[in-house]
Design a protein around this ligand. Structure first.
Ligand code: ZN
Ligand code: ZN
Length: 219
């Protein structure tokens, strides 16, 4: 039962293909496990398609027929490649759905974890440089150091659950954090928590130790 979803801005930007790759990956992976957001995305795709058709029609009327070929050529070169869509939702027992699975090259056992302190581990995924995607492993009952955000942070839970003092997030839930949110995610006891997170700016740590370690950890 997913209770925290993508917002309209993220779905629209995903539909328009304007998100950095790291955010694209989080959105696509949420959509792979969330029927509700997949349905909302389809309506944004339909609106986007209608807008493009309308503006193409207007352009043709204004330009006259002799420049039709040029117009079409320009539209052809400016139209982005169709986005790769997440396939049908995977079986629920799989921790890592597509397209995340392909980024990692397999399942949880194939993740190349690095310790970041306190039992928490991370693995940075290869994406374009304007934002960072990472897998996070938070042992059951353990906490990520409390921090604020200089930009946007999307966190998608894939196994277990965490609470951050404001809300509880379980498998499939997505937390959208920005400059206004300061939080300390704590994994629930019982099951280790595995998340996919994307950030477009370094986190702001309150504690001295995490701040000192930050450049080495690329957080
Ligand atoms: Zn959703
Ligand atoms: Zn955060």
């Amino acid at each position: 039962m997913i209770t925290h979803h993508l917002n309209d801005q993220l779905l629209m930007a995903y539909s328009a293909g304007t998100l950095p790759e790291a955010f694209n990956l989080v959105v696509a992976t949420h959509i792979a496990v969330c029927d509700e957001c997949r349905a909302r995305l389809e309506s944004f795709d339909a609106i986007g398609g209608a807008l493009i058709e309308e503006s193409v029609g207007d352009a043709l009327v204004q330009m006259g027929s002799d420049s039709l070929a040029q117009t079409l050529a320009r539209i052809k070169t400016s139209t982005p490649e169709p986005r790769k869509r997440a396939a049908a939702p995977p079986p629920r027992e799989r921790v890592l759905p597509e397209p995340l699975r392909s980024y990692i090259g397999g399942g949880v056992d194939n993740i190349n974890w690095r310790p970041v302190g306190g039992g928490v581990k991370q693995a940075i995924l290869p994406t374009s440089e304007n934002a960072t995607a990472r897998m996070l492993f938070i042992p059951a009952g353990a906490a990520v150091p409390d921090h604020g955000h200089a930009g946007m942070e999307l966190t998608l839970v894939l196994q277990g659950a965490f609470a951050d003092g404001h809300d509880r997030f379980a498998r499939g839930d997505i937390e959208i954090a920005d400059e206004d949110l300061h939080h300390q995610p704590v994994a629930e006891p019982g099951l280790d928590c595995i998340c996919l997170a994307a950030t477009d700016a370094p986190l702001r740590f309150r504690g001295l130790l995490p701040r000192l370690a930050q450049p080495f950890l690329q957080i």
